[in-house]
Design a protein. Structure first.
Length: 553
């Protein structure tokens, strides 16, 4: 069996793993091995931002996970895409850059993740980023991850922001700065017209130094232990078993599905379930795979009376022209993810900070591109941010090649449907504002007849989709909590030489898309791994509506 030795072994070349490889590799004397089950990301479908729905539907780039039948959705199975290949999910996602709300991270600290409050993590968000418009006390200006705004050239983007203001909500200059709440521009991870995945931002510069080895097509099958200390990883390449040893530490960065799967395959997890599969238990950790969270959303779609939407660009000839322009100039419609304006609002009085998110799109289509409206239309992706439902990841067998069992238990908490009803009614009110008068046609979905609680509930159960934000399945918190998997240093509790660094360690899901906070986790964890003092905490203030206790807006 082939065996090699490095200082660190990182499992997963995705959003967090690429960051770790880059930061740990800044020390030229440190040797790092990154194991990635997928392959190259050198594809126009990945690199061209507007082609985002294509790699998500390709087995080459997507693990194609699927939930078990969800009781709260009438037994529907929901697609759970996870990136496979360099850049991981940052290579197949919607390129949206949303950090989350400052109170999300203060909540993490309250939940036991000491040192992860907003004042602690903001410096790492800034270290990661270069914003095209420049840095400030909130935004970064010198980091590897480039972010930018869209041009808002389609008048519907501005109509969305104006409608939000007309409905009584604020406009915010920067959802990732002082004030998330309100309507405004949405950042994207695009640089010089290309998808700026973590493979482009972090991994390639790391590989160029010569001390980071990336092994693709390498499926991690088991962590190797000496007693209760991780010393390496066994992996499969084309059916052949190999091993790689870690002199310092093994780090799992496989994400919220693959990281708990590998822990359980290696004997770390709920002892009774592991023993039933014939897996030798290294440590009984009942929290592995538990606490699984996600965001649900639906598409609120309206017919457009003017032929100004992206529907005109959906025919093969138009797509070919967009692709040719992108190949030649890296600009035009091919250089945007089309999510250029957005909104964050509170569902009711008494909610301290936004619990509903909007992505606006000047087209009526499903996220994966499979279902397109038959004419011009526009839509808002809308969903609650802090569902109280909790799911889990479990092994289907002791074979690493077999997909794990995933159940989110969507809508299992009654409050989730209450929030979904608010999503329908508040969105309908926004689209009814004067700003949309020149454009608004018939309501395609949910449909004007969907008014009562019962009708809304029925619509939601039938049409709601995942926003593709699974997380929290290896929860970080106080080491004495029996359901905690990693401590605030990202170390697996009770095991030496082993950490988990990815979105699975979030104690609770953040308010927005997850790529930005996952990259932040990688940045902060890199300092923890290197034994460095944390970056100095920030004193930058954050917004909260003065009358949030008594007013919804």
């Amino acid at each position: 069996m082939e065996t090699a030795e490095f200082d660190y072994v990182i499992v997963g070349a995705g959003s967090a793993g690429s960051v770790l490889a880059h930061r740990l590799g800044e020390d030229a004397a440190t040797r790092i091995c990154v194991l990635e089950a997928g392959g190259s990301d050198r594809s126009i479908y990945i690199q061209m931002p507007s082609a985002l729905s294509i790699p998500m539907n390709m087995a080459r780039y997507n693990w194609f996970y699927e939930s078990e039948p969800e009781p709260g959705l009438g037994g529907r199975r929901l697609h759970t895409p996870r990136g496979k290949g360099l850049g991981g999910s940052s290579s197949i996602n919607g390129l949206v850059y949303v950090r989350g709300n400052p109170f999300d991270f203060d909540r993490w600290a309250e939940e036991g993740a000491r040192g992860w409050a907003y004042r602690d993590v903001l410096p790492y968000f800034r270290r990661a980023e270069t914003r095209e418009e420049g840095g400030d006390s909130y935004r970064g200006g010198e980091g590897p991850l480039h972010t930018r705004y869209g041009g808002l050239r389609n008048p519907l983007y501005r109509a969305w922001i104006e409608a939000g203001k007309q409905a009584g909500y604020p406009e915010t200059a920067d959802i990732n700065g002082f004030q998330q709440e309100g309507f405004g521009r949405m950042d994207m991870t695009v640089h010089r017209g290309r998808r700026w995945s973590t493979a482009n931002a972090y991994l390639r510069p790391a590989m160029a130094r010569g001390n980071v080895a990336v092994k693709t097509g390498a499926l991690a099958s088991r962590i190797l232990f000496e007693g209760r200390r991780a010393v390496g990883v066994r992996y499969l390449v084309g059916g052949e078993e190999r091993e790689v040893r870690a002199r310092r530490e093994v780090v799992l960065s496989g994400g919220p599905i693959n990281s708990p799967q590998l822990l359980m395959l290696s004997g770390i997890g709920p002892a009774r379930e592991l023993a039933a599969l014939g897996i030798t238990v290294v440590r009984d950790v009942p929290g592995v795979g538990e606490n699984l969270q996600d965001h649900l959303e639906f598409y609120f779609q309206i017919e457009c009376r003017q032929k100004i939407t992206l529907y005109s660009a959906m025919n093969p000839f138009a797509k070919a022209l967009i692709g040719m322009r992108w190949l030649l100039l890296h600009d035009g419609l091919g250089a945007t993810n089309h999510f250029e304006s957005c909104g964050f609002i509170r569902s009711r009085a008494g909610v301290r900070y936004p619990d509903i998110q909007y992505h606006f799109l000047p087209l009526a289509v499903t996220y994966d591109g499979k279902s397109l409206a038959t004419g011009h239309g526009f839509q808002a992706h809308v969903g609650p941010m802090r569902s109280k439902s909790r799911g889990r990841v479990r092994l289907a067998s002791a074979d690493a090649r077999e997909k794990p069992r995933i159940r989110f238990n969507y809508l299992s908490h009654p409050d989730d449907l209450v929030e979904m009803r608010a999503c329908v009614r508040l969105t309908r009110e926004i689209f009814a504002q004067k700003a949309f008068d020149p454009y608004r046609g018939a309501e395609i979905q949910p449909g004007a007849g969907v008014q009562s609680d019962e009708a809304i509930d029925q619509f939601v159960r039938a049409k709601v989709e995942s926003a593709y934000h699974p997380s929290c399945s290896c929860r970080m918190g106080r080491a004495e909590d029996p359901m905690v998997v990693v401590d605030p240093e990202t170390r697996v509790v009770g095991i030496g030489g082993l950490r988990v660094v990815d979105s699975s360690i979030m104690p609770s899901i953040t308010t927005g898309n997850l790529n930005a906070p996952t990259i932040m986790i990688g940045e902060k964890a890199a300092d923890l791994l290197r034994g460095r003092a944390p970056l100095a905490p920030s004193n930058a203030p954050s917004y909260v509506a003065a009358d949030w206790e008594v007013r919804q807006r």
